[in-house]
Write a protein that binds this ligand. Structure first.
Ligand code: FE2
Length: 141
């Protein structure tokens, strides 16, 4: 299922939004590659790239939360969600390496779709609202 970027996914923190767009774009490319029947090597390359990109994206958000003293409980809950996705992503790669058809499994549907929309709309937006309050008037990069 193709993910569509809408204003509802906008957090208002520019570099976070840019990275979210890139992630959604790569997830869509992954879905297309599977649909087009691309080879496993090609798909694995996108999967690996996406994994690295997601990791550095999570690091950026977690750095912001630390640098701007995001409340501890909220930070812990947010980081837990990141860890959860990272673990699930690892599982997905394992399934793929065992020969499962990617994107048809429930796990793929969740972590390459619903998880992002839910996380961005709720958890990331909450954090972004806080960050924007802290850094009124300018970008944080
Ligand atoms: Fe996040």
């Amino acid at each position: 299922m193709r993910l569509v970027w809408t204003d509802e996914l906008k957090t208002g923190v520019d570099d976070i939004d840019t990275q979210h767009k890139e992630i959604i774009d790569k997830i869509n490319r992954l879905h297309e590659a599977v649909k087009e029947g691309r080879g496993r090597e090609y798909i694995k390359e996108i999967l690996d790239f996406l994994e690295g990109y997601i990791n550095s994206h999570f690091s950026l958000e977690e750095r912001y939360m630390a640098d701007f003293n995001y409340p501890r409980q909220a930070k812990m809950a947010h980081v837990r969600q990141h860890k959860d996705l990272t673990e699930k992503y690892r599982e997905l790669k394992k399934e793929f390496s065992e020969g499962h058809m990617l994107v048809t499994t429930l796990l793929a549907k969740e972590i390459l779709g619903l998880w992002w929309v839910t996380h961005i709309k709720n958890t990331d937006r909450l954090m972004a609202n806080f960050l924007r309050e802290r850094i009124k008037g300018g970008g944080i990069t």
